[in-house]
Design a protein around this ligand. Sequence first.
Ligand code: NAP
Length: 271
Amino acid sequence: MKSCVFIGGGNMASCIVSGLSNIHTDEYRITVCDPNQTKLDILKEKYNVEICLSNNKAVKHADLLILAVKPQSIRGVINEVKSFVKPSTVIISVAAGVKTSSIKSWLEKSNVIVRAMPNTPSAVLCGATGLYANPETSEKTKNQVKKIFDALGYSCWVDDEKDINAVIALAGSSPAYFFKIFEIMQGIGQELGLDEKKAFELLIQTFIGSSKMIRKMENTPTQLREQVTSPGGTTERALNVFNKRNLESTLREAMHNAYERAEEMSEDFSV
Ligand SMILES: NC(=O)c1ccc[n+]([C@@H]2O[C@H](COP(=O)([O-])OP(=O)(O)OC[C@H]3O[C@@H](n4cnc5c(N)ncnc54)[C@H](OP(=O)(O)O)[C@@H]3O)[C@@H](O)[C@H]2O)c1
């Protein structure tokens, strides 16, 4: 059994642990480190993981070390644990905007370093993860890492580390875009006369159903949209508003801003 140690037991770690606990129970012994005992107790209770208040103690035997603290805490955590990390430990950072070169220089060792950019639907095994590995990483290790994130949904490797910033804008941040759209649409459904539960159920079913239709890939999203849009009908009237208010330019600006913020963070945290 391999030892998989998480440093940081917050939102992202919980999502990954939740996904992993469904699948890899026999393959990995999971330990989560966090300064907050209550958070650790909840994770232990929910997922039967080992918990530890001491990062140094936990990392000593780690085969995989998942850094799941805020980007600004990564350097401090690495300074704290670097002398306890085995040369064979594979380091996986989920921190947005912290480059592998920065991690390598703080670590002062030549461990394999992987950047993973998962998203929160990993908690329900529908996550999407972009992965980047530094050039020293063997195919065997890449396969091992990909297997973990594939188990949480879908994952893919990017060849250029900069593309992790595109993954952030497209997938890492985008559950929040969908949640925001859901909040707004449910509210408008209620404004138009439906009660809260019916608005919720009708909308969630429409989100799931629309996603499944795209997933089937029998028709492109453009064709699917055109099939719903009868000339002179209700959908056309609604979509005309999207065009008039330039939904495309709003989304483009939002995603470019997310990308630029990721680039800024990479600069802020680079050495
Ligand atoms: N949330 C997302 O959708 C998402 C998606 C992709 C990637 N990420 C990345 O995932 C990372 C974690 O984000 P998050 O949303 O999970 O943040 P979070 O909920 O704040 O979790 C971070 C956890 O780490 C703990 N921590 C802080 N310093 C520590 C230390 N020295 N040793 C051990 N634990 C420590 C924090 O405890 P305290 O709260 O007590 O400080 C907190 O429980 C970030 O780098 C983010 O960029 C997040």
